[in-house]
Design a protein around this ligand. Structure first.
Ligand code: GLY
Length: 462
């Protein structure tokens, strides 16, 4: 945990954003894997972690804004627990580490909330993403769990987004530590990407590196020679010469700060001419987009910039045609780059997304597009100093999508379908870094992971 003052200070800031009532943060519970006593590895809720820091199941944090006190609800262990789990610090001792001096047994939470509701006090809570928490919340508020999210506090969501989006130095340090572990994960994967190796061997090895050096992976490892499927979690293919392998992986630490990095390498370690040509376009999009990051710039504009670099590159190769800017305005590039440029990163790999993407990534000034491609952009609003974002452009040849567009002759003024058809076996390329928005621009975080053609060929030993 950070020093207790960090958590007290965060709650003080949150208090100053809200006008009254009670703020309720339910920590996560253990979740059964295949029978009640066999559980998934415990993962604390990120908001609970941010404001209260404690990393155990069955806790609730409450901020009574009018009474000016913070309370942790939780149960001390009984002898049965101690037999199985060993002695643990008391709830009061744990709470002190979060700067909280008032504690109650968990069973008293219902009474506290019940009395507040009876008095007509406002209970601020955020939407839940786990069934267990949703049922617990609905029970506390005597509401239907199907409808409980209708009562989530938008004021609280906005306040949390405002605070958590801006990372301070100690948070950036934690993220960078995780990128440094990702360095080892990715360079190990690169060296293993040789013909005859099964994807699972590499995916398992890098997940082991995460576990051995940090915590779990921050999301299920994406590692595949079929990178045209954006989130491909199938690891059963045997690597063969001529394919490219996408590695999209990161890890999180005990505080839950995450990394999220993508690299794409040629199986065998040497880029073919065709692979290199497409790779250099994605690399350029990654670098130009990174250079454009600075406070005040809408991320949507940087997404469009990356899309334009991609359209220009593909036009130069003869896969697209016409004016690249016009092509992007018409969405023609989305045949090859259908996803958004990136997302915030922090305690969640898609930071804060559980509370609703539009609260995080859009505002009254910049609203989410409904168009194919641009609509997938998770974050469009202006950047601010202290934001940590991923920059992850890609080019993909998705046979099913190409088939549909070709049949409809969609964007035929901008797409050279005859040439595109000769790339159906190509796969996909994505290159992703994690960057910090600084007062005067951008800093790419962590130990640089091989990214240029030369760096990748060198580390792969060719
Ligand atoms: N890197 C995985 C994701 O952004 O969803």
């Amino acid at each position: 945990m950070f020093p207790s003052t960090i958590y007290s200070e965060r709650r003080k800031k949150l208090r100053s954003e809200l006008s009254g009532g009670i703020v309720l943060f339910l920590g996560n519970t253990d979740v059964a894997f295949n029978y009640p006593a066999n559980q998934y590895t415990f993962r604390q809720d990120s908001n609970f972690s941010y404001f209260f820091g404690l990393d155990h199941p069955d806790l609730a944090g409450l901020m009574d804004l009018d009474g000016g006190k913070d309370i942790i609800f939780g149960n001390d262990l009984d002898i049965d627990d101690i037999i199985w789990m060993g002695q643990q610090p008391s709830i009061a001792e744990q709470a002190a580490k979060a700067g909280v001096t008032v504690t109650f047994p968990l069973v008293e939470l219902a009474e506290y909330i019940g009395m507040a509701v009876a008095k007509g006090r406002r209970i601020h809570f955020v939407p839940t993403y786990r069934a267990e928490t949703r049922v617990q919340l609905a029970g506390l508020l005597a509401n239907d769990h199907h409808k409980i999210h209708d009562h989530a506090s938008h004021d609280l969501i906005r306040a949390i987004v405002k605070l958590r989006m801006v990372k301070d130095e100690i948070e950036v340090k934690e993220i960078e530590k995780m990128i440094d572990v990702a360095y080892t994960m990715h360079t190990t994967a690169m060296k293993m990407a040789m013909p005859g190796v099964v994807e699972q061997k590499i995916a398992g090895t890098i997940e082991g590196i995460a576990l051995a050096n940090a915590g779990p992976v921050s999301f299920p490892v994406i590692l595949t020679v079929n990178g045209q499927t954006l989130h491909n979690h199938y690891h059963g293919n045997v690597l063969s010469e001529g394919r490219m392998m996408v590695i999209d992986a990161g890890c999180e630490n005990e505080l839950h700060y995450a990394s999220d990095i993508t690299r794409t390498v040629p199986v065998g370690g040497k880029f073919s001419q065709r692979q290199r040509e497409i790779y250099e376009i994605v690399l350029k999009a990654n670098m130009e987009a990174t250079k454009a990051v600075k406070p005040g710039v809408p991320f949507k504009d940087i997404h469009i910039l990356a899309a334009t670099v991609i359209a220009k590159g593909l036009t130069a190769l003869g896969l697209m045609k016409g004016d690249p800017k016009e092509a992007v305005a018409n969405g023609a590039h989305t045949l090859f780059f259908p996803h958004g440029l990136g997302h915030p990163l922090g305690l969640d790999v898609h930071d804060l997304e559980g509370m609703g993407e539009n609260f995080v990534g859009y505002d009254s000034e910049i609203q989410r597009s409904k168009e194919f491609g641009l609509g997938f952009l998770r974050f469009g609003r202006k950047l601010q100093t202290g934001f940590v974002m991923t920059i992850e452009p890609g080019i993909y040849f998705i046979p099913e999508l190409i088939g549909i567009w070709k049949k409809e002759n969609k964007n035929a003024d901008f797409i050279n379908y005859d040439k595109v058809m000769s790339y159906l076996d190509f796969g996909g390329i994505r290159i992703e870094d994690d960057v910090l928005v600084t007062a005067d621009g951008v800093r790419v975080l962590g130990r640089p992971i091989p990214k240029t053609v030369e760096e990748i060929e060198q580390i792969m030993g060719k």
